[in-house]
Design a protein around this ligand. Structure first.
Ligand code: PEP
Ligand code: MG
Length: 587
């Protein structure tokens, strides 16, 4: 399982430097690094001739105009969809770009210092950030982030890239921290792996790495300062190490490991046509979690029985904007059709926390995981909610669609969501638009209150799906995206297991099915435990379908129940680890 992450001082052997972090997605990769997100510090400074000055200034002005137009569009869209108060950030950014003092300072640098436009923007923005960041005034300090964000955006436009991640070839992304919205906008075909200084194993960027089947390491302290874009990096996602400028011997060793991995993957292919049943013949539903049509195609190829979770926010994030009802309908329909009649569970938007749409977080909260997130946003913005449910209901006309509501915390929220669902149906009937009337609607159990109320939520819904990623975060008060507390993030803590067991009981009492769609379901080491707790359906990232199936096929129901029974009586996560056979009981 998770190797112990010590505070590892980067170790130097010859010219290679090894940095340790927390393993977040298995696999081996090597290739050039791309240091992400620091465009202000990385932009190339070029001396220009005086004949080029006016051209550079024109490029700068064009980029400013473009960003201003984008900001106006973003502000309008966010005001319309989330309310005027959330558009403030875009207005602040526009104001910076209206400030003649700032614009003149950049143009003066181009003229006087004879540097290219991007470098002039970077230098001026860094100067302003320095001034504001050293202020004692909290308001001014906060503005330094705005200056930095807007500077990056102008430079991106001058360079003709978005999200400052122009992957020109397959590369390993190195970053201080990677937000879900950053990760999802990258060219997925060119991502070899991720190494970040911050972020937890269940941060959404780590989840994306697992769904792409590429290695990821989080908590790799110091990596950003050590690595430059283009440096060769080798990543071992199983061990959690990143080796900068690997020696030939290191590369050979990793290459051998990679070949073992490939052989292992090939051997899993034998399972493709076999059913997901335990040794004693109990059928276990094995579905996939997806965030795009590409994921769905991969899931179908790997024999998923359906989709247990469509993270619709990933679809929004990938496009960088809120999608209209028709755009959503097209996207969901694509996923439904890719699954060729198999069930597809579409979850309504789970924005907030570390997930937001577009390059900036409009909410700017102190504690986003406990704030304006997910169903709370949707219930507050019925027009957004109705549009999404109409799109899902319409996609239901093309297959076996189910609807899933995330972050439900109270029965009132469930009832309110059901009312909006009815409203969406009424409006579709009125408009004469084809849709599926009897789309089953389920509840994510990912907040402790929901697990405690599982019987009542189950009695008023069609199914439950346990989100162990957030459930663990909220039960144990451990930020899932914070590497500093990552060692406290243990989904097998008895407190989490007790809530899973209670959810199973609640679902059974109401006679509705219950699945697990959190990352725990895709970790083969948890599979017998979850089956023993009474879970009959697992939904996992596509690359984990076959490893999970292999584990299901090795599981004996009675032994799994006995194992789960013992884990439920444990006092600590360490005791559960011993019961699962990972450690000795003394640990
Ligand atoms: C979860 O919380 O377990 C879950 C599946 O949802 P997400 O990871 O998207 O928050
Ligand atoms: Mg969740």
């Amino acid at each position: 399982m998770d190797s112990e992450h010590q505070d590892c001082i980067p170790a130097k052997h010859g010219s290679e430097i090894t940095v340790c972090g927390i393993p977040a997605s298995p696999g081996i990769a090597s290739g050039p690094a791309f240091v992400f997100g620091d465009i202000l510090n990385e932009v190339e400074t070029r001396t220009i001739g005086s004949a080029e000055v006016e051209g550079e200034i024109a490029r700068f002005r064009d980029a400013v105009d473009l960003v201003k137009q984008e900001l106006t569009r973003d502000a309008e869209r966010i005001s319309e969809q989330l309310g005027d108060e959330h558009a403030d950030v875009f207005l602040v950014h526009s104001m910076i770009l209206e400030d003649r003092g700032v614009l003149d300072a950049v143009e003066d640098r181009i003229r006087t210092d004879l540097v290219n436009g991007e470098a002039a923007v970077a230098q001026e923005m860094k100067r302003l950030v320095g001034v504001l960041a050293s202020s004692d005034d909290a308001y001014l300090k906060d503005r330094s982030f705005d200056i930095s964000d807007i500077g990056k955006r102008v430079i991106e436009r001058m360079l003709g890239v978005w999200a400052h991640c122009p992957l020109v070839q397959p590369m390993i992304i190195v970053a201080s921290e990677l937000r879900a919205s950053d990760a999802v906008t990258m060219d997925r075909g060119r991502i070899l792996g991720f190494v970040t200084e911050h972020g937890g194993k269940e941060s959404h960027a780590a989840i994306l790495a697992r769904s792409l089947g590429v290695p990821a390491i989080v908590g790799a302290t110091g990596i950003v300062d050590l690595v430059n874009t283009g440096d060769v990096l080798a990543v071992d996602g199983e061990k959690g190490t990143a080796v900068l400028r690997p020696a030939p011997g290191t590369l050979e060793r990793l290459d051998r490991q990679k070949q073992d991995e490939v052989r292992e993957r090939e051997s899993l292919g034998e399972l493709l046509e076999l059913p997901a049943v335990t040794v004693d013949g109990t059928q276990i539903g094995l579905l996939a979690n997806v965030g795009s049509i590409e994921d769905a195609r991969e899931a179908a190829r790997l024999g998923a029985q359906g989709i247990g979770l469509v993270r619709t926010e990933a679809v929004f994030m990938a496009s960088g904007s809120f999608l209209s009802e028709d755009e959503q309908y097209d996207a969901y329909r694509g996923i439904v059709e890719a699954m060729g009649g198999k069930p597809v569970t579409i979850r309504t938007l789970d924005i907030g926390g570390d997930k937001f749409v577009g390059p900036e977080n409009p909410f700017r909260e102190r504690n986003p995981n406990l704030g304006y997130r997910s169903i709370r946003v949707l219930l507050d913005r019925p027009e957004l909610f109705v549009a999404q449910m109409r799109a899902i209901l319409r996609a239901g006309a093309h297959g076996d669609v189910r609807l899933l509501w995330p972050m439900i915390c109270t029965l009132e929220e469930l009832r309110a969501a059901k009312e909006v669902l009815e409203e969406a149906k009424v409006s579709l009937r009125r408009d004469g638009v084809p849709f599926r009337e009897d789309v089953p609607a389920g509840v994510m159990i990912e907040i402790p209150s929901a697990a405690l109320l599982a019987d009542r939520l189950a009695a008023e819904s069609d199914f439950l799906s346990i989100g162990t990623n957030d459930l663990t975060q909220y039960v144990l008060a451990v930020d899932r995206g914070n590497s500093l507390v990552d060692r406290l993030y243990r989904p097998h803590d008895p407190a989490v297991l007790m809530l899973i067991a209670r959810t199973v009981e609640g679902a059974r009492s109401a006679g509705v099915p219950v699945a697990v769609c959190g990352e725990m379901a895709g970790d083969p080491e948890y599979v017998p435990l979850l089956i023993g707790l009474g879970i009959e359906e697992l939904s996992v990232a596509a690359p984990r379908l076959l490893p999970a199936k292999r584990e299901i096929r090795r599981t004996e129901l009675m032994a799994a129940r006995e194992l789960a029974g013992r884990a439920l009586t444990a006092g600590t996560a360490g005791e559960v680890e011993a019961i699962l056979g990972w450690t000795s009981p003394e640990r």
